[in-house]
Design a protein around this ligand. Structure first.
Ligand code: GUN
Ligand code: FE
Length: 444
């Protein structure tokens, strides 16, 4: 059945940055079928369903390119630590105690928060065990995602949290075979070696080889986030992190590196030349005290930069609005107030994310033929944006997840008037509390 969405205005994020008024968007079979001129339009003669949101602004769904759904339960349980302690003392011990029930509710809570905040696509780093549960929830929730079991075959920070190289590769291959390109193509595999310190060279290389057998899949890892991490990488390989990735042949336009806070000039050139993507996580970088990535420079030299909230225990939210606001603000004292304008930051949150995951032909903007991943925002109650310039500014600087009203992914409504259509929020919150208590008992 066709649906005609009638918004107040449409921020298209097309190549002209068009903002359309008096235009409806027709959805059919999960895609944007056409734009409909509403001047003189006769609603009574329309054959499909009319969704009148003429007080709301329609934007493309946000693409968050770095998320850890498995960590949602651990929000507030690992504050005020730097990366290696945060991982070794808290996050690895917690992840290690996930069972299918705790992992399931962690994913449900994370997905609900993301969808209610207008995020329609994620790149998720899963955990070592029970990864199929995350795929099940991604399938059932309607989320668009690249996801994969995190791969760890060495671990000095918390030695019991690892598996053999063979087990890691075998399980990964089986999961990719089972879940890559499922749910109408909504779910794809994102191979996820965790970071250099937790992966042997064989694992990193063999995983990259495996990726080549799964068209459209990605290679998703962390890099160059923290100075102590980099020192340890130097001790292990006598090279910088990105130099090392290049030397073993795992960079390219299907490789996504979260953070890239500490990247010297030659390594920046490597990122440009290999077309490797940077996943910028400003909240996480500030909260873990990791530093401030030189994003204006990366963009200047042609590196694709997109945004993600990372995990709830290092943020502690999953809001793309927060990431946009911080991505802009943290650069201004360094690069001047003209750097990182609101429109460019909004694009980082949408179309640049689509480019990062090589889905720019399908998502990231509102254009005929693209998937119907759409978000209705209420910008009028508090903010009254007046014109095109302050429309972007309102979204980046003034609003938050509270402005998100309705969310559609792949043509299916997942949020209506600010409420999840996929999960009973009261139930999953209660279940989350119960499973977290049990998990913490298992850790102790
Ligand atoms: N490096 C390796 N694992 C992680 C993680 O879970 N979060 C962050 N921020 N950095 C990492
Ligand atoms: Fe991360």
């Amino acid at each position: 059945m066709k649906q005609l969405l009638i918004p107040k205005q449409i921020i298209t994020v097309n190549s002209n940055d068009d903002i359309l008024t008096n235009v409806g968007v027709e959805i059919e079979n999960g895609k944007i079928n056409s734009f409909v001129d509403l001047k003189g339009f006769d609603r009574n003669s329309y054959s499909g369903e009319i969704v009148d949101r003429s007080n709301l602004t329609l934007i493309p769904g946000f693409v968050q390119t770095h998320i850890h759904l498995c960590q949602t339960l651990f929000r507030g349980l690992a504050d005020d630590l730097e990366l290696l302690d945060w991982l070794g003392k808290r996050i690895f011990p917690y992840e290690n105690q996930h069972n299918p029930e705790s992992l399931r509710v962690s994913a449900q809570l994370g997905i609900t928060e993301l969808q209610k905040g207008g995020t329609t696509t994620i790149v998720d780093m899963g955990t070592i065990n029970h990864q199929e549960v995350i795929f099940e929830e991604l399938t059932q929730s309607g989320m668009r995602a690249f996801a994969g079991k995190c791969m760890v075959d060495q671990n000095n920070l918390y030695p019991v949290f690892k598996e053999t190289t063979k087990d890691s590769l075998d399980t990964t291959h089986a999961l990719a075979k089972q879940f890559h390109n499922t749910a109408n193509g909504r779910i794809k595999y994102g191979f996820a070696p965790r970071f250099v310190l937790s992966c042997t060279e064989g694992l990193l290389k063999d995983t990259y080889q495996m990726l080549l057998d799964f068209e459209g899949s990605l290679y998703h890892t962390h890099s160059s986030e923290n100075k102590d991490e980099l020192k340890a990488v130097w001790e292990m390989h006598s090279m910088g992190n990105i130099e090392y990735f290049e030397s073993i042949g795992v960079l390219g336009n299907r490789t996504l590196l979260a953070h890239c806070v500490h990247v010297d000039d030659p390594e920046q050139v490597i990122l440009t030349e290999t077309d490797t993507r940077v996943l910028h996580c400003p909240s996480s970088n500030l909260k873990l005290g990791s530093g401030i990535a030189n994003i204006p420079r990366y963009i200047n030299i042609g590196i694709n930069v997109s945004l993600g909230a990372d995990g709830p225990p290092c943020n502690n939210n999953l809001s793309q609005f927060t990431e946009m606001r911080l991505a802009a603000l943290i650069q201004k004292p360094i690069h001047g107030s003209t750097s990182m304008n609101a429109k460019d930051v909004f694009k980082m949150a949408t179309i640049k994310g689509a480019e990062a995951v090589n889905l720019v032909h399908e998502i990231g903007s509102i254009e005929v033929g693209k998937k119907a991943d759409l978000v209705f925002l209420n910008l009028d109650e508090l903010y009254h944006p007046l014109n095109e310039d302050n429309l972007y500014s309102t979204i980046v600087y003034s609003t938050g997840v509270e402005s998100v009203k309705d969310v559609m992914i792949d043509g299916e409504w997942v949020v209506n008037d600010g409420r999840s259509l996929k999960y009973d929020e009261k139930k999953i919150r209660a279940k989350g509390k119960e499973e977290l208590e049990k998990l913490l008992n298992r850790v102790n």
